[in-house]
Each structure stands twice: as structure tokens, then as C-alpha cells.
Design a protein around this ligand. Structure first.
Ligand code: G16
Length: 542
């Protein structure tokens, strides 16, 4: 029986870089999840009788919110819901399921790389029919609706069994519980040379994949250990846990330190990789060789033709603005366009749909292609394996070759976490106010040559996204970029992105910290980071 429940708005449901992320306790307030889900449905048109995909990364609260969403989808008139067994769908797998089954859209329940558990984070994101995150116009409309909502529709009905594959009815809607892994694994097999990778693994190539007790465990076991024949134990931390085993499921050098230490040690396997809470990010480390995400994008773009799915070449490359310019040089070499977008995967969707780009990436450990409309951690690992199998050399040799050909973009991101929001806002306001005076200003890295606040005009629909990050540029092409995170749930995080380009033939083997030291000092001075934050060093360097 359909129930229309009166409610009152919450004022804090503004989606960030990637959906709405809040503490679990915030989502546990009565009507909180319901208000957001109803607001999503209220701004959509024409979904009666259509299919909705629902899945999440298995974190704490996943199962409860899935039951809420199922009842509300039925009460709002969806005809069918595809839900991952156990409530599980990695973010790229959800994107693929939406596309493969021609769904109207999907609800992706995740706070991605943020920690999980009763005192940690949860999130809800709406993806549109192309399988990608809703564009800004839609997220803005959802937010506006959350501020005006006065009722939501649900059913009085018992919970649906989401653990047994099969089909059942819920208030006139069909609920289909699907295998979360099979469709995705088939897609991967269609893109990459599994026979060559299997042969490489069979010939003694060793790898370790850290699933960080998050969603990719079942995907990685099926793909690497079952379909590609890597030995059992190749996938570590392979069981998804609601609190990720108390770890922070962010595949970077801080939170995947154990993997990094192993890869730098004497008994390192040939290849190490990790993915995040919901499976869209990736970390790549060769034996003794860390690969920055920006470099990984560039190398994958330069070598993509070696994989069957990309043998026809790339239409173009897109990267988020703070991502290094390494991919730009590859695009130039390939004679294809390079697009620079604001931070957030949602800005790649239109370019991919229009066939203008094939591969996209972000410095935040996200790489992906036109096979889905999300970044995709396991995909990036497989493309690397395909390249290694085809070139028959190690990661370090591939990086050395790449830099020798294109030059090297030394790169680091410094995060200052847990800043009081007013202080972070004041820092950014002061930085923006100083923009006209910055050119010519002396810094430890030389004089500033130009400075601006990045704005993006989407070439497919003309939509404009302004105030996307302050860029401070130097004459030799070095730069520092400043922006506030849009995915945190507590206080503010200042992200400072630092980059210096060293041309081919130059000094390509510097320590990154040494190479960037003057720029780091310049960034700290220009933004008066110590004065505003009280912090004399970043909390995380990636
Ligand atoms: C961060 C990254 C972005 C990324 C976003 C969402 O945003 O900087 O590049 O698109 O997370 O990624 P995920 O879905 O893996 O969390 P922000 O605003 O915190 O910088």
C-alpha cells in the first residue's frame, strides 16, 4: 500500500563533487535518506514503468538504505529495479549495468574512498541513463527540491530478500537481484587481451591487488584469480566489510602504505595495485616504481592501442584541471585533442557521450574510458597488465621510456585536512582577491607569471562552471593549484596541487620532493596557508 508521508526539508543536502556524502549518523536521522531520494525522483521525468539500478559499496547502512530506496522506487512508479546481490555493485559496475540494461538511471550508495562504519561516512549519488553521475544542472535541481520538499512516497511492505538471485514483486514493481560481478567481468574480458595476460601470469609474472576490504574484492578475485589464473592470494583484503576493517579505503601512499612498502622492498612482486571503497579509483606501483595517477593516465593513453578494445586509437583525452599536463603531451604526440575539465567525473560524461574523448583521468587516482561513465579501478589495472603483457618489460622501464619521450611532470598533491570551514573559506577568498596582484610577485619558485580562477565551458552544451580552482602559473610552465574538497564530511580540506615540467633530455630522475621544493614553498607563501590553517605541513601528501 502506498503511503504519502509528510516531511520537512533538511537544509544540508547540497550534493558535493560526487553526490551527497555525510556522516552515517546524519543519514540515520528520520526521513533524511527518504527526503533526498524523493527529491531525486521529483526532479526526474518520464520514469514510470522504467528500470532503476540500485547498488552500493557494502558500507555500513548500505542494506538499510537499499530497502528504503526499493520501497520508494515502487511507490513512485518505477517498473523494475535491478539490485546487486547483497546490495553490492561497484560504482563502475553500476554504471555498466545501467547502460547494458538501458535503465532510466541508478542510485549508487557510497562515500567512495571515505571511511565506513557507524561513526563514519555514507553517501547517495544519482546516475543518469548514460551510466554517469548526474550533471550539475540535475544535482542543482535535486538540491533545490530538498529545500522545498514536504512529502515522500513509500510503501508499507516488508524488506525484500536481496541476498538470493532471482525476481520478486514489490508493490507492482519487479525487483531483480542480479550477480554484481558477472556483467562487469564479461565487459572487461571484451576489452582486454586476457589470453596474453594469462600467459604472462603463467610465465612467472607476479602481482598483488589490495582490495582494501572494500567492494572490489569479489570483482578482483573473479577476474585476476579465476579468469586470468593468478594464484589464490593475489587479491589481499578481498572480503568487503561494512567498516573496511577500520581502514581508510583510499588507494594512495598513505592509506595503502603496506602495499607501497612491499613494492619498494626486496621481495616485491612485479606489479602492485589497489582500489578504493567503491572500486572507481586505482593505485599502480611497479616493483620499486610508484606511478602517479597523472602519469598513469598519460602512459595508458600512449599505450592504449595495445589493448584490443582500443586498437582503433583514441578520439581524444580529457583530464581534470588539477591533473598534471603529462597527458597533454601524449595527446599532442598522437595528434588528438585534450580537454581540461573541472574536478569531478561528471564533467567527462558529455565529452564521452559525444565521442570526443576515449580516455579520461584525474590526479585523484581515477582513470577510465568510454566503456562506462565512471572512473574504473579494475579497468585501469587490466589496461596496465595488458600493456605489460604486450611490451614485455616492467613498470619502471615503461616509465623511463615514457619520460625519455615526453619529458616528466613532477607532481604532488598536498591535502590540509580538518580545517575549520570559515578559515578555509577565508583563505580561498583572500587568494581570489589577490589574483590581480599576483602576476610579477616574487616567490621561492621565481616570479608568478599569471593567475586565475578556472572556469569551464562544456563544448557540447555550452554550460559554464565557474570558480573551479585558483591557478598560479610560472614562466617555465610550473604551477600551483588551490581548491577546497567537495567530498569531505567534516570541516574543510584544502587541496594544493603542485607541478613542474622537466623536458625530455632534462633531469628526469630527481626525487619528487626535491624537484618540487621551491614550488611548495611558493604555494605556502602565496596562499598564506600557515596563517589561515595554523598547520605547518599537510596532513596527506599523495
Ligand atoms: C575528489 C577528487 C576528485 C574526484 C572526487 C570523487 O573530489 O579530488 O577528483 O572526482 O573526489 O571521487 P570519488 O568518487 O572516488 O570519491 P574533491 O572535491 O574532494 O577534491
Amino acid at each position: 500500500m502506498i503511503e504519502v508521508v509528510s516531511t520537512t526539508p533538511f537544509t544540508d543536502q547540497k550534493p558535493g563533487t560526487s553526490g551527497l556524502r555525510k556522516k552515517v549518523k546524519v543519514f540515520q536521522q528520520p526521513d533524511y535518506a527518504e527526503n533526498l531520494i524523493q527529491s531525486v525522483f521529483d526532479v526526474l521525468e518520464g520514469f514510470a514503468g522504467k528500470t532503476l539500478v540500485i547498488g552500493g559499496d557494502g558500507r555500513f547502512l548500505n542494506r538499510e538504505v537499499i530497502q528504503i530506496a526499493l520501497r520508494m522506487a515502487a511507490a513512485n512508479g518505477f517498473g523494475r529495479v535491478l539490485v546487486g546481490q547483497g546490495g553490492i555493485l561497484s560504482t563502475p559496475a553500476a554504471s555498466h549495468v545501467i547502460r547494458k540494461y538501458g535503465a532510466f538511471g541508478g542510485l549508487v550508495l557510497s562515500a567512495s574512498h571515505n571511511p565506513g562504519g557507524p561513526d563514519e561516512d555514507f553517501g547517495i549519488k544519482y546516475n543518469i541513463g548514460n551510466g554517469g553521475p548526474a550533471p550539475e544542472a540535475v544535482t542543482e535541481a535535486i538540491y533545490a527540491r530538498t529545500l522545498a520538499i514536504d512529502a515522500y512516497r513509500t510503501l508499507r511492505a516488508p524488506d525484500v530478500d536481496i541476498d538470493t538471485p532471482g525476481t520478486c514483486e514489490l508493490g507492482g514493481m519487479t525487483v531483480e537481484v542480479i550477480d554484481p560481478v558477472a556483467d562487469y567481468a564479461d565487459l572487461m574480458e571484451s576489452l582486454f587481451d586476457f589470453a596474453a595476460i594469462r600467459a604472462m601470469l603463467g610465465a612467472g609474472f607476479t602481482m598483488s591487488f589490495d582490495a582494501m576490504s572494500a567492494v572490489t574484492g569479489p570483482y578482483a578475485k573473479e577476474i585476476f584469480e579465476v579468469r586470468l589464473g593468478a594464484p589464490a592470494g593475489t587479491v589481499v583484503n578481498g572480503t568487503p566489510l561494512p567498516d573496511f576493517g577500520h581502514h581508510h579505503p583510499d588507494p594512495n601512499l598513505v592509506h595503502a602504505r603496506a602495499l607501497h612498502e612491499r613494492m619498494m622492498g626486496p621481495d616485491a612482486p612485479d606489479f602492485g595495485a589497489a582500489s578504493d571503497g567503491d572500486g572507481d579509483r586505482n593505485l599502480i606501483i611497479g616493483k620499486g616504481q610508484y606511478v602517479t595517477p597523472s602519469d598513469s593516465l598519460a602512459v595508458l593513453a600512449a599505450n592504449a592501442r595495445l589493448a584490443p578494445g582500443y586498437a582503433g586509437g583514441l578520439a581524444g583525452i580529457a583530464r581534470s584541471m588539477p591533473t598534471s599536463g603529462a597527458a597533454d603531451r601524449v595527446a599532442e604526440g598522437l595528434g588528438i585533442p585534450l580537454y581540461e575539465t573541472p574536478t569531478g567525473w561528471k564533467f567527462f560524461g558529455n565529452l564521452l557521450d559525444a565521442g570526443m574523448v576515449t580516455i579520461c583521468g584525474e590526479e585523484s587516482a581515477g582513470t577510465g574510458s568510454d566503456h562506462v561513465r565512471e572512473k574504473d579501478g579494475v579497468w585501469a589495472v587490466l589496461l596496465w597488465l595488458n600493456v605489460l603483457a604486450a611490451r614485455k618489460v616492467g613498470v619502471a622501464a615503461i616509465m623511463a621510456d615514457h619520460w625519455a619521450q615526453f619529458g616528466r611532470n613532477y607532481y604532488a598533491r598536498h591535502d590540509y585536512e580538518g580545517i575549520a570551514s570559515e578559515r578555509a573559506d577565508a583563505l580561498m577568498a583572500a587568494l581570489r582577491a589577490s589574483l590581480p596582484d599576483l602576476p610579477g610577485r616574487a616567490t621561492p619558485a621565481g616570479a608568478v607569471s599569471a593567475a586565475d580562477d578556472f572556469a569551464y565551458t562544456d563544448p557540447t552544451d555550452g554550460s559554464v562552471s565557474a570558480r573551479q580552482g585558483v591557478r598560479v602559473l610560472f614562466a617555465d610552465g610550473s604551477r600551483a593549484v588551490f581548491r577546497l574538497s567537495g567530498t569531505g564530511t567534516q570541516g574543510a580540506t584544502l587541496r594544493v596541487y603542485i607541478e613542474r615540467y622537466e623536458p625530455a633530455g632534462g633531469n628526469l630522475a630527481l626525487d619528487t620532493g626535491d624537484a618540487l621544493a621551491p614550488l611548495i614553498a611558493a604555494a605556502e607563501a602565496v596562499a598564506a596557508i600557515r596563517e589561515y590553517t595554523g598547520m605547518d605541513r599537510p596532513s596527506v601528501i599523495t
